[in-house]
Design a protein around this ligand. Structure first.
Ligand code: G3P
Ligand code: CA
Length: 239
């Protein structure tokens, strides 16, 4: 079975995370899809950025929900580990979807609505996916499993995934109770037996975040559906 290479926050191993450049470069090297994170501004615009706050991946500070879109679009991205400032800015969700609509790629949207509730974010994301005709190749995932269930209740045709890091009791029945199509476990909880059992139960399995070559090889051998990585180039080379 072919394993999908999903570029985590775009090609974030070499370009600013969750930037248009990171998405373009991921698609350009042949990644099967991209994963990215969605938050919301004060004036209700959906934007693609990992943290609830700007402090760690931009040259600004404060909560995303405290910024208007006009304010946020002037903020520049920063590589958090190396403190490098880039020209790139925080993309609007529509900009990312507009780009992906023109390319044949899996669209893994992670709803970052665990810490900040962002009421009705699910409706808004689904409406955007429909507008860009991407609903049939999207996976909407979240650590917020109530939100995953809500996505399914709004549109049962959308593929959903629960993200988790841990060994859950009665995982299959739990995942079915929130109507998840896919399991997105942390890589540490993935082995061949787990993947086979999950697939036998009818779930897709996509794991995060696999950046080490040996770990890529170990997980590829499990027959997993997708690997989310900062280095889609290295994973493609290994495959
Ligand atoms: O979607 C999987 C993974 O991205 C979840 O963790 O913190 O990188 O958003 P995080
Ligand atoms: Ca994510």
């Amino acid at each position: 079975m072919k394993t999908n290479v999903l570029a985590h926050r775009g090609f974030s191993g070499r370009f600013p995370e969750n930037s248009m450049r990171a998405f373009r470069e991921a698609v350009a090297i042949g990644a099967d899809g991209v994963e990215f994170d969605v938050q919301r501004t004060r004036d209700g615009e959906l934007v693609v950025i990992h943290d609830e706050r700007l402090d760690y991946s931009t040259n600004s500070q404060g909560w995303v929900f405290d910024q208007s879109w006009a304010e946020l679009r002037t903020v520049r991205l920063r590589t958090r580990s190396k403190d490098i400032l880039h020209e790139d800015t925080v993309p609007h969700l529509e900009e990312v979807l507009g780009f992906l609509a023109d390319h044949d790629a899996v669209v893994n949207i992670e709803l970052k609505n665990g810490l900040i509730g962002y009421p009705d974010m699910e409706e808004q994301v689904i409406a955007a996916l429909r507008r860009f005709k991407l609903a049939d190749r999207a996976i909407v995932s979240s650590f917020n499993h109530a939100s995953v269930l809500k996505v399914k209740e709004i549109d049962s045709s959308i593929t959903t995934g629960i993200i988790f890091a841990g060994r859950l009791v009665d995982l299959w029945s739990y995942a079915r109770s929130v109507r998840a199509d896919a399991l997105h476990p942390d890589r540490g909880f993935v082995d061949a037996a787990f993947v086979r059992a999950a697939q036998d139960e009818g779930f897709l399995v996509n794991t995060y975040t696999v950046n080490d070559d040996l770990e890529m090889q170990r997980i590829l051998a499990t027959g997993i559906n997708g690997i989310i990585t900062n280095f889609p180039d290295r994973l493609l080379d290994l495959m």
